[in-house]
Write a new protein. Sequence first.
Length: 94
Amino acid sequence: MVDESHCELRGVLQLMEEGKNCKDVVRQLLAVRNAADKAIAQIVAENRERCILEEQASGRDTSKVVKEAIELLVRSRSYSRNNTEPRKRGSYCC
């Protein structure tokens, strides 16, 4: 996952250095976001799986751990969608 994100980010930098079209840069940035989303999902899944197994081994209810995992994933998606501020005129993208 990290390698994928790294490659995507290098692609963005290369496009910007070459003065490529805004649409091409945005398309590449969307690929970066997608790679980050995949990494977040994998990290949450692996961590929560371990937590669920620990809860089950202790005889405790796992619903709280599952709920936390869902909340983390929902927050990560809403964060990436809601924290994009419009660019000012004169910035890289027209």
